[in-house]
Write a protein that binds this ligand. Structure first.
Ligand code: FAD
Ligand code: EPU
Length: 330
C-alpha cells in the first residue's frame, strides 16, 4: 500500500495497492495489459479521492517538447503528457509562441489538459489543440485522436465520458502562432490589469503575467491549502430559464454564451446560498473564492464530498439549479 496524499492537490489521505512512474512510452507498454485496475494520474490537481484505489496508479511523467512542423507563422509543437502545463506555457512565451498565454498557471500536466479541455480567461485548450497520442490500457494499442474525435466542450471531452479511465494520453500536439500580435484580452480582469499598469500594446509576456497575477490573487495555492480549483462547473441555462430566474434575482451575474444560452457563475450561486468561507471540521469553502472547496489539513475525501453534496442541495433549493462537479471524484 502506498499513500496518494503527496499526489493529489486536495492533500487527502488514501492508499493505492501499487504506484509506478512512467518516463516514456516503453515504460508504459511493458505494464500493459495489467491484471490490476489502472488509474492514470498527472499531478492530481483535478481529483478527489474518497476511497483507496484497489489497483495500480501510474504517474505519467513522459517529458519532451518538440517543434514538429512550421508553416509561415504557424508552429506545431508536440509535448510529452507528463510535462507540467504551466512550465509549458512559459516555454511558449519564452519562444514567442502565442496561443496558451491565457492558460498560464493552470495546474497539472499537459496530458490531463485535454481530459476536461482546460480553459481560462476566454481561451480553451481546443483553440490550439491539433491531436493527441494515447495508449489503450486494456490492449496497449497506440492510437491518435484528432480534434473532432476528442469531442471537446466546456470542461468536457470524450475522455471524461465514453472513454473514461480507458486511456493513457502520452503526447499532445498544439498549433501555436509565432510572433503573435493579437491577444485575447476580452476577459475584464485582463483588460483592467493592463490598464492599471498603463500597458497599451501588450506583449505575449504581458498577457501571461496578467493572468498569473490575477490567478495568484483570486485562487488559493494548493501548496498552502489543499484544493482542486473550481469544484463545480458554471451552469448553462436557456435564455428562458435565465429570464425567469432574473425576475427573482435581478442582480444575478451572467455571461451570454450564444443567442439561446447563458452561463451563470456557480461561485455567485454558492455565495448567495451562504457558503463562502464556511468550514465544517477541516473541509471548507475558500474565503477567497466560493467555487473552491478546500482542505484545512486533515479533511478526508468523504468529508469534502459531503460538503459538496450539501452545497448542491442548498443551491438546488434556492435557485432550482443543479450544479455538476468539475472535479473527478473517485
Ligand atoms: P489529474 O488530477 O492527475 O487527473 C485528472 C483526470 O485526468 C483524472 O481522471 C485522471 O485519471 C486523468 N488523467 C490525467 N492524466 C492523464 C493522462 N495522461 N491520460 C489519461 N488520463 C489522464 N482547470 C481549468 O480548466 N481551468 C482553470 O483555470 C483551472 N484552475 C485551477 C486552479 C487550481 C488552484 C487548481 C488546483 C486546479 C485548477 N484547474 C483548472 C484544474 C486542473 O488544473 C486541470 O484539470 C488539470 O488539467 C489537471 O491536471 P492533472 O495532471 O493534475 O490531472
Ligand atoms: N463570484 C462570486 N463569489 C466568489 C467568486 C466569484 O460571486 O467568491 C462571482 C463574481 O460575480 C465573478 C464571477 O463569479 O464575476 C466569476 O468568477 P471568476 O472570474 O473567478 O470565474 P469563475 O467562473 O469562478 C471560471 C473557471 C476557472 C477559470 C476562471 C477564469 C469554471 C468552473 N471555472 O471561474 O477555472 O480559471 O473562470 O477564466 O469554469 C477551474 O476550472 O478549476 C478553474 C479555476
Amino acid at each position: 500500500m502506498i499513500s496518494l496524499r503527496p499526489y493529489n492537490s486536495f492533500g487527502v489521505e488514501c492508499y493505492a495497492d501499487k504506484l509506478l512512474i512512467v518516463h516514456n512510452l516503453n515504460d508504459l507498454l511493458t505494464l500493459l495489459p495489467s491484471a490490476m485496475p489502472i488509474l492514470i494520474l498527472g499531478e492530481g490537481s483535478n481529483i478527489l479521492f474518497t476511497k483507496n484505489w484497489a489497483g495500480l496508479v501510474i504517474l505519467n511523467r513522459i517529458k519532451g517538447i518538440e517543434i514538429i512542423k512550421e508553416s509561415g507563422d504557424e508552429v506545431w509543437v508536440k509535448v510529452g503528457a507528463g510535462e507540467n502545463w504551466h512550465e509549458f506555457t512559459q516555454w511558449a512565451v519564452d519562444n514567442n509562441l502565442g496561443g496558451v498565454e491565457n492558460l498560464s498557471l493552470i495546474y497539472g500536466t499537459v496530458g490531463a489538459a485535454p481530459i476536461q479541455n482546460i480553459g481560462a480567461y476566454g481561451v480553451e485548450l481546443e483553440t490550439v489543440f491539433e491531436r493527441l497520442e494515447t495508449v489503450i490500457l486494456a490492449t496497449g494499442e497506440v492510437k491518435t485522436y484528432e480534434k473532432a474525435a476528442c469531442r471537446f466542450g466546456y470542461r468536457e471531452s470524450v475522455f471524461k465520458h465514453e472513454l473514461k479511465n480507458q486511456h493513457c494520453i502520452v503526447s499532445v500536439t498544439l498549433k501555436l502562432q509565432r510572433n503573435p500580435k493579437k491577444f485575447n484580452t476580452d476577459y475584464g480582469d485582463i483588460a483592467l490589469f493592463l490598464q492599471n499598469k498603463g500597458i497599451k500594446t501588450p506583449t505575449l509576456r504581458d498577457i501571461s503575467q496578467a493572468v498569473i497575477a490575477i490567478r495568484t490573487q483570486k485562487l488559493p495555492n494548493p501548496s498552502e491549502m489543499g484544493n482542486a480549483g473550481s469544484f463545480f462547473k458554471n451552469p448553462v441555462l436557456s435564455k428562458r430559464q435565465y429570464n425567469e430566474l432574473l425576475q427573482q434575482f435581478p442582480y444575478m451575474p451572467s455571461f451570454a454564451l450564444n443567442e439561446t444560452q447563458v452561463k451563470i457563475p456557480a461561485a455567485w450561486l454558492i455565495q448567495q446560498s451562504g457558503w463562502r468561507g464556511r468550514r465544517v471540521d477541516d473541509a471548507g469553502v475558500a474565503e477567497k473564492h466560493a467555487l473552491v472547496l478546500v482542505n484545512y489539513g486533515q479533511a478526508t475525501g468523504m468529508e469534502i464530498k459531503h460538503l459538496a453534496l450539501d452545497i448542491l442541495q442548498s443551491v438546488k433549493q434556492k435557485f432550482g439549479i443543479m450544479l455538476t462537479p468539475e472535479v473527478n471524484i473517485f
